[in-house]
Design a protein around this ligand. Structure first.
Ligand SMILES: [Zn+2]
Length: 414
């Protein structure tokens, strides 16, 4: 059995002090006082004085391979950025390049505390291979578009990846990934929904991410994006929508009442649209929210600790309200909210939950005074405070080293 000892163990249910978390197989076996560790048959011990242990952060929307384009197309509106900068570069992708940049993007996310990614991109099988190499938990969908000229997003590829992908360790799950409400036809969306109903698959899709998307859907379907999604029945499936920037009051109510989760990517959309969506309104109505980095071209980091701070601050500014969302709200979105969206028993540090855990070094000036660790985690911590990352009980990242592979070292030539 493994044990992680920490001065502070924090999840959305609260803070515990001087704790040892016992791990058996891929799950948390027990959470005990560190004084009692001698009573258990422990052969590997991690952590110790000065550490904070949190559930692994669930990065609920990523395009990890897009790390390749970091620094391109800054300071442009989303629609222009996508059409003039990103899609032309994406047409040049090769499978080798996707694999290499997926490794880099996933590694950056892990190093900053993500234990799970939910990715949406081309050549999904290469991204799955990279995820497997690094040992991260991953949900991966092959992007499908049929209203845009993008041969690498042919719907057939998406269905084929979903049907063929098998993973013996259960770490990688294939999802269905129609691109967005304006780039996918109604027929394709309904075909995707029917397959999801049959198989229980997750559907991962961009929703209302630009004003142009809303206009295009209104023109084509005579409805706003969420109303349109409702008519297709897709919101009743395991649906993960992303962004929801331009939602009307009616759409907010519809989304909040549905079974779907909305993934909020505050940095990416503030940068690309100069705008924050009505996330807090959905949350206040009891809707489901998760958090994601989106991609390193629009973010420009894969750092979920930073994302929590931006989620709190930008939504306070959006609503002219310093009270909400609280540090606890955004910590929930980044942990349990994401885990629930993906149907994972993770996001809490309790026996029976997956041992997806992040050990943070608090022996730093910005963790003083050591009174309120939740506040420090959300408002003061940095991704670089992450020291160790465990996925399914296995240590995959330790102080700058990715333990499952040395391939990254070769790729980066370091
Ligand atoms: Zn996206």
């Amino acid at each position: 059995m493994k044990a992680i000892i920490a001065d502070y163990v924090l999840d959305v249910n609260g803070l515990k002090k001087d704790v040892a978390v016992l791990i058996e197989g891929d799950k948390i076996f027990n959470v005990i006082s560190s004084k009692n560790i001698g009573e258990f048959d422990v052969d590997e011990v991690y952590g110790g004085k000065g550490y904070l242990l949190i559930p692994g952060l669930v990065n609920a929307h990523t395009h990890v391979a897009m790390n390749k384009f970091r620094g391109f197309g800054d300071d442009m509106p989303l629609d222009k950025w996508l059409n003039d900068v990103i899609w032309p570069m994406e047409k040049e992708w090769t499978e080798e390049e996707i694999y290499k940049w997926a490794l880099i993007g996933i590694a950056e996310a892990i190093a900053n505390g993500s234990t799970t990614i939910n990715d949406h991109y081309f050549f999904a099988w290469q991204i799955a291979k990279a995820a497997k190499k690094l040992g991260v938990r991953a949900f991966i969908g092959q992007t499908m578009m049929n209203l845009v000229d993008m041969p690498i997003a042919e719907p057939e590829l998406g269905f084929k990846f979903f049907e063929k992908w098998e993973d013996k360790d259960n770490l990688i799950t294939a999802t269905l990934a129609p691109h967005a409400t304006d780039t996918v036809s109604k027929d394709l969306l309904i075909e995707t929904k029917e397959l999801a109903e049959e198989t229980g698959a997750l559907i991962h899709m961009h929703v209302s991410q630009s004003k142009e998307e809303v206009l295009r859907v209104k023109e084509r379907e005579g409805l706003s994006p969420v109303e349109y999604l409702k008519t297709t029945g897709v919101l009743k499936t395991n649906f993960i929508g992303v962004h929801g920037v331009y939602l009307s009051k009616e759409e907010v109510k519809l989304y909040a009442k549905s079974n779907a989760t909305l993934v909020h990517c505050p940095v990416s959309l503030a940068k690309l649209e100069g705008y924050v969506g009505p996330i807090l309104d959905i949350w206040k109505l009891g809707g489901k929210i998760a958090l994601g980095n989106d991609c390193a071209v629009s973010n420009n980091s894969m750092d979920m600790i930073q994302e929590m701070k931006f989620a709190a601050i930008l939504n306070k500014v959006k609503n002219n309200n310093p009270v909400m969302p609280t540090a606890k709200d955004v910590f929930y979105w980044a942990t349990l909210g994401g885990a629930k969206a993906l149907n994972l028993k993770a996001g809490l540090i309790e026996s029976g939950y997956l041992a997806d855990l992040v050990l943070i070094n608090t022996k730093k000036l910005h963790f003083l005074p050591k009174e309120n660790m939740l506040s420090h985690l959300v408002y003061s911590a940095k991704g670089s405070d992450v020291e160790k990352v465990f996925v399914g009980g296995e240590l995959i990242y330790d102080n700058g080293r990715f333990l499952k592979t040395d391939e990254l070292r070769k790729t980066l030539d370091i």
